[in-house]
Ligand binder design. Structure first.
Ligand code: UT7
Length: 340
């Protein structure tokens, strides 16, 4: 039975991912390091989140540097021709500047001559929204080749005196190339997308304004989170979104070859698997080693799957992003294989 609160949308895409790359900074921040900074313990962090360590940018390393390194990694491994890329789209909540966009900095680094550039703000659901946007733009025929990047340097806005948030976040980036295909019988992409703007107060960052929809906010430029509320939102929303997508695609949970949920907390992932019936061993995430890297968690997990040779053409792959907004975006697609 369809769930009216989670309308699934279907696209028959003339687009596929042809290359991927990723990057995380060198510096590791372990649970033992955090024990020296705030009143916490390795045991608490692992039991409550599954996180063992995260990667943190150097002081002079920013989101655009992460993006550039991820695209360079994609270039080194797949040698794509980037000279005819028509759009660079960076999903991030931590742009180097309000403007120019992070995407424009990436375009300049790679000297891509005729690309449009834009940043997309959808917090931890950013990469899935970017990928959906790229699939839509290419299928509509506006573009033939789009670089989509999910990148965040949350350490730049993490309050390292707040033990309830500073143990969670890390930095990283993943990039994919989305290209036009002329597949005569494209496999459907199913998506669900929704927001609860009233829940924005549970997870935000601001330097400036005094209120959000009439409710006072802390304007210290750091991440403010009501973890319990966001946790509840995640474990209630994702299973319904997943069920709606599977129903629209005519698939059972056992038909999902790979589940790539946003890596915010291992307990959320385990709970979602239990509620949806998707086996935990079909799930790819990077929570243990990288923590919550926001828009980067899903492409980092995807690239890890690629490096490990896990995916074969035709595999059903389910991505699910959720976070500040509050927002959620899920995407169910068939892996088409990389390369030309
Ligand atoms: O990507 C964006 C989406 N974000 C998320 O998905 C985050 C979702 N939320 C969570 O992952 C969890 O809520 C957290 C990991 C943030 C917190 O876990 P929790 O099980 O919800 O803990 P809690 O906030 O209910 O706190 C339980 C206790 C509290 O102590 P009392 O009041 O019971 O005495 C906290 O003060 O744990 C305490 N606590 C800590 N203790 C040791 C909170 N943080 C820590 C800490 N170390 N780092």
């Amino acid at each position: 039975m369809s769930d009216a609160a989670f309308p699934a949308r279907i696209l028959y895409p003339q687009a596929r991912i042809t290359a991927i790359g990723s990057y995380v900074p060198e510096r590791r921040l372990t649970n033992a390091d955090l024990e020296r900074i705030v009143d916490t313990s390795d045991r608490w962090i692992i039991e409550r989140t599954g996180i063992k360590e995260r990667r943190i940018c150097a002081p002079d390393e920013f989101t655009s540097d992460l993006c550039i390194a991820a695209v360079q990694n994609m270039k080194d491994r797949f040698q794509p021709d980037l000279s005819d890329v028509d759009l660079v789209l960076v999903s991030t909540s931590t742009p180097d500047f309000a403007f120019p966009s992070t995407a424009a900095l990436v375009q300049a680094h790679f000297a891509i001559p005729h690309a449009g550039t834009m940043d997309l703000s959808a917090a931890c659901a950013g990469f899935v929204n970017g990928l959906l946007t790229a699939f839509g733009m290419v299928t509509a025929g506006f573009h033939r080749k789009i670089i989509v990047i999910g990148a965040d340097a949350l350490s730049k806005m993490t309050d390292y005196t707040d033990r309830s948030t500073c143990i969670l976040f890390g930095d990283g980036a993943g990039a994919v190339l989305v290209e036009r295909t002329d597949e005569p019988r494209p496999q459907p992409v199913v998506c669900v997308q929704g927001s609860d703007g009233d829940g924005g107060i549970h997870l935000y960052q601001t330097h400036t304004t005094g209120s959000m929809r009439g409710r006072p906010v802390t304007a210290n430029g750091k991440i403010i989170q009501n973890g319990r509320e966001v946790y509840k939102f995640a474990v209630q929303t994702i299973p319904r979104g997943v069920a709606a997508m599977l129903s629209a695609a005519g698939l059972a949970p056992a038909d999902v070859d790979w589940f790539l949920p946003h890596s915010a907390n291992l307990r959320i992932i385990e709970s979602v698997c239990e509620k949806t019936g998707i086996p935990l061993n079909r799930t790819l995430h990077t929570i243990e080693r990288y923590g919550n890297t926001s828009a980067a968690t899903i492409p980092l997990a995807m690239d890890e799957g690629v490096r490990q040779g896990r995916f074969k053409a035709g595999d059903a792959m389910l991505l699910f992003g959720f976070g500040g907004g509050l927002v959620h975006t899920g995407m169910l697609m068939r892996w088409a294989g990389l390369g030309q």
